[in-house]
Design a binder for this molecule. Structure first.
Ligand code: N01
Length: 560
């Protein structure tokens, strides 16, 4: 399906003082759907987006090979039956351009553009006690007021380049995967360095290796990566899913662990057995079946893979064996083999010929596990006193995840309290949606919700609908305000802590824990209770008339 991309749609002018019912920050999947819901309610909404178009993650991450690793049929909006029936994906796992096309199509289809202002970064949001609303400032001089402020800033959007010594000395080209240029980058004939071996690097390396004269990959920690098995979308599978899409989505929401259910083109419930209670043969059969299916479907494999180290080791060893089979040189294979942390304790990666790329003559793996990058020079990268001269460096070094994008906005709540201070040590948010002292401020895909282990599409759709109902309940008039009680926030944080006890996630230095950013407090940033448990908790929070929130309803809403 080709989309009608009306980039010429009317855009609100920047720099005008205006009053809105709600301001949304971010035009990714969550922000766009939030705008759609509030527009449907007839609210006056302004969405600010730093990029020049919609897409969020899929606007910025244009590096070679960027594609989603949750199946397209499941990684798409579920809220509109006509949309999901009419849209047709070309591949099992859509690539970035097609995802961006889809999001542009949605922006047009739901007439979102007139209320979006692009090329505008929100710099501050200050709560005004008198109006019980927010004053929002942007880098283009906008000063707008809104009853509600909704931060849909993404949990993997604040890109990070480590402060390598000599960074400014380097004279070659530099690229950050999460801020890739819009024009095509041609690496042919070049010597290129890629720093990092997480999901972004693993996708980029396989493509860049085919273009360059020589590729040096600087790896601090090897990832566990699984074959994606991408290809053209199986049209029979598409027909079968579309024939039962509402039911398929229900099962994604209610019966999955990570928000997706397709295994071998069939919906499959999570395995509720322990990896240790079955025979070696049965266990291996499950792992092989998922290996052949491709992608991230190990998240629905045995129930104790993320809580029992011995169980986890059975899968880790299975994947290590596969890595040895895929890499010709045993020494390189060993360097690529993760041994220091449980599988899935960092996010799983999925690839197309990643390990095989190291069998190429023009690719060199440089392990920096025991000897970090010393510095960058005018010409390249120095490790163990050896300079690797390169024409370009690609930083695939990840994100200040979950809290990074929010913390870069100066958010001040009641009595001028700063959100970063409130979150010092660890973020705190009731249901991952709201924080004490910050009335009428909502987070979508933010901290203390399921972002880490659940497909963000499902989580954000669910959160948007919750926020929409909450706003409808409270109303938009002068007196309206809502924030969690201290007891509610404390209880949620305790619950988050309780359900994560014994989790193997604590055993890795990942973005899940904020451990990839020097100086960032080490804390679990996401809720590990699963999507269904999260939904039940959110619904319980509504069923008692928002009893865990301090709600002041507007006169109009109260009368209605
Ligand atoms: O970032 P990462 P990412 N010196 O943090 C290394 C999603 N995503 O952009 O592991 C040297 O995973 C760092 O090393 P280490 C997905 O959720 C999805 O790849 O910290 N190296 C690591 O190897 C994913 O988890 C998709 O030791 C340094 C790498 O840089 C998340 O985004 C595609 C370093 C960063 O890996 C983030 O992925 C892409 C230093 N000082 C991303 N600092 C799909 O849907 C960092 N590194 C397919």
């Amino acid at each position: 399906m080709s989309s009608v991309v009306s980039r010429q749609s009317p855009q609100p002018a920047a720099g005008q003082a205006q009053q809105f019912d709600a301001v949304i920050v971010g035009a990714g999947f969550a922000g766009m759907y939030m705008l759609h819901r509030l527009q449907q309610r007839g609210l006056a909404v302004r969405l600010f987006e730093a990029g020049s178009g919609v897409g969020g993650t899929w606007y910025w991450n244009r590096y070679p090979g960027a594609r989603v690793d949750v199946e397209s049929m499941e990684y798409s909006y579920s809220f509109d039956e006509d949309l999901q029936q009419e849209w047709s994906w070309s591949e099992r796992y859509a690539a970035q351009p097609e995802l961006l096309e889809y999001m542009n199509h949605c922006a047009d289809r739901f007439k979102l553009r007139p209320n979006m202002q692009f090329d505008t970064r929100v710099t501050a949001a200050v709560y005004d006690e008198d109006t019980r609303g927010w004053r929002i400032s942007t880098d283009r001089g906008d000063e707008v007021s809104a009853k509600y402020c909704i931060l849909a800033t993404g949990f993997l959007s604040a890109g990070d380049v480590p402060a390598f010594e000599g960074l400014d000395d380097y004279q070659g080209n530099t690229y950050l995967t999460s801020r890739w240029p819009h024009e095509e980058v041609d690496f042919s004939g070049q010597r290129v360095a890629v720093i990092g071996t997480g999901s972004s690097a693993i996708q980029a390396i396989t493509i860049i290796a085919k273009q360059v004269e020589h590729l040096y990959v600087f790896q601090r920690t090897p990832s566990y990566s699984l074959p994606l098995r991408n290809g053209p979308l199986d049209r029979d599978f598409e027909r079968r899913v579309k024939a039962m899409y509402p039911e398929w989505r229900r099962r994604q929401r209610e019966e999955s662990r990570a928000g997706f259910i397709a295994v071998n083109n069939q919906p499959m419930a999570p395995n509720d057995k322990s990896a240790l209670e079955v025979s070696e043969q049965e266990r291996r059969a499950d792992y092989e079946m998922r290996w052949e299916s491709g992608g991230l479907c190990y998240y629905s494999s045995f129930a104790d893979l993320l809580t029992n180290q011995e169980a986890n080791e059975t899968l880790a060893e299975f994947v290590r064996e596969k890595i040895r089979e895929r890499v010709d040189d045993p020494e390189v294979a060993e360097l690529l083999t993760p041994r220091d942390y449980p599988i899935m304790a960092k996010r799983l990666c999925a690839d197309t010929n990643y390990y095989e790329t190291y069998n190429r003559d023009n690719v060199t793996l440089v392990s920096i596990k025991d000897a970090p990058i010393e510095r960058l020079t005018e010409k390249g990268v120095v490790v163990r006193g050896q300079e690797y001269a390169v024409d370009s460096i690609v930083f695939a070094t990840g994100f200040d995840a979950v809290t990074g994008a929010i913390s870069r906005i100066d958010v001040r709540g009641r009595n001028g309290a700063n959100l970063n201070d409130h979150w010092e040590g660890a973020p705190r948010a009731y249901l991952g949606l709201m924080s004490v002292g910050f009335p009428n401020l909502f987070f979508l895909d933010g901290p203390c919700a399921n972002g880490a282990l659940v497909s963000p599409m499902l989580l954000s759709e669910y959160q948007v609908e919750w926020v929409d109902r909450c706003i409808a309940h409270i109303g938009t008039g002068e007196a309206a305000s809502v924030e969690p009680t201290q007891a509610a926030e404390d209880a949620w944080m305790q619950h988050m802590h309780d359900v994560s006890e014994g989790s193997l996630l604590y055993l890795a230095n990942s973005w899940y824990m904020g451990a990839n950013i020097p100086g960032k407090p080490r804390a679990l940033l996401s809720y590990l209770g699963g999507l269904e448990a999260y939904r039940q908790q959110c619904e319980a929070g509504e069923a008692d008339g928002y009893g865990k929130l301090v709600v002041t309803r507007s006169r109009e809403a109260a009368e209605a």
